[in-house]
Design a binder for this molecule. Structure first.
Ligand code: MYR
Length: 280
């Protein structure tokens, strides 16, 4: 049985890596002042942040059209028997549901949609694991079981400079932000049951990053080896410096750098920073 791996653009896996690991990608799009850009195809992250800085009308994001999934699955049906389609959390986007529906519409290939319950390079960890397992000859069922297991050992925390982006896009309820008095602080955010919720209220960015490091440290002590990723929204220098400090402190953790691209950047705003990890 031949298995294809699909993910969406919000995993932010480079084109080179996707080609090397044979990962197929379906892009989400961002609408800036009436112009639609498929991220990772028509617009890079830094082009996006430059374009939206200071504009009055806020950008909007959209999930891939179902036809795009159908076309991809039909194409894959020529060479594969099964597809594992790994997507950003169904609690923040309809993309996963789109993959499910398209899978039901296409004949001759079995589509297993997998809800990563997260996004960005942490979702990417799941896609990379799945692609590696395909190369090692594992079945789709084995891969799905491994991904489900991996969810127990995968964490991500992030902070934003301005919560207004998340509130405006409806990905953090106004009630949660106001009741929690979050607007005055730099809350550490994370996913619980597929949606974004505040983890802890912290006063400053520096302390928030320190707190996230403490959470990583606890797992780095527990597990022999981990993969971790520092993710930034157009603040690469700060992210690189943080990564270097973390890498020097936790030798059993393999750190990489990634970014919040246009779609996720629309909802987090420039200056957001995240750290995600999983047990190796
Ligand atoms: C859509 O329009 O379907 C896309 C909506 C994307 C919402 C993104 C919300 C922020 C996610 C933050 C992920 C952080 C992972 C470390």
């Amino acid at each position: 049985m031949r298995t294809a791996i699909v993910t969406d653009s919000t995993a932010y896996i480079t084109a080179e890596k996707r080609a090397r690991l044979n990962i197929h990608m379906v892009p989400l799009s961002v609408n800036v002042s009436g112009q639609l850009f498929a991220e990772e195809v028509d617009i890079t992250a830094s082009e996006f942040y430059d374009k939206v800085r200071g504009i009055k009308e806020f950008p909007k994001t959209t999930q891939p059209p179902i036809g795009e999934f159908v076309a991809l699955f039909e194409e894959l049906a020529k060479d594969y028997d099964e597809v594992i389609a790994i997507h950003l959390s169904s609690g923040i986007s309809g993309t996963y549901q789109g993959a499910v529906q398209a899978g039901e519409m296409v004949e001759g290939i079995e589509v297993h949609a997998f809800d990563s319950e997260i996004s960005c390079a942490v979702q990417g960890f799941f896609a990379l694991k799945a692609a590696e397992m395909v190369q090692q000859g594992f079945s789709a069922q084995d891969i799905l079981a491994a991904l489900a297991d991996m969810q127990q050992y995968t964490r991500a925390y992030f902070i934003v400079d301005d919560l207004a982006h998340l509130q405006r896009g409806g990905r953090l309820s106004s009630a949660a932000a106001l009741i929690g008095g979050l607007l005055q602080v730099k809350p550490v955010l994370h996913f619980v049951d597929k949606v974004i919720v505040p983890f802890e209220k912290i006063r400053t960015r520096k302390k928030a990053l320190k707190r996230v490091e403490e959470l990583l440290a606890a797992d780095a002590k527990k597990y022999e080896a981990m993969n971790a990723v520092v993710i930034h929204a157009n603040c690469e220098e700060e992210a690189q410096a943080w990564l270097a400090q973390l890498a020097a402190t936790y030798p059993n953790v393999n750190f990489t750098l990634s970014y919040f691209g246009p779609v996720i950047g629309t909802h987090l705003g420039e200056g957001a920073m995240g750290l995600g990890w999983t047990k190796k």
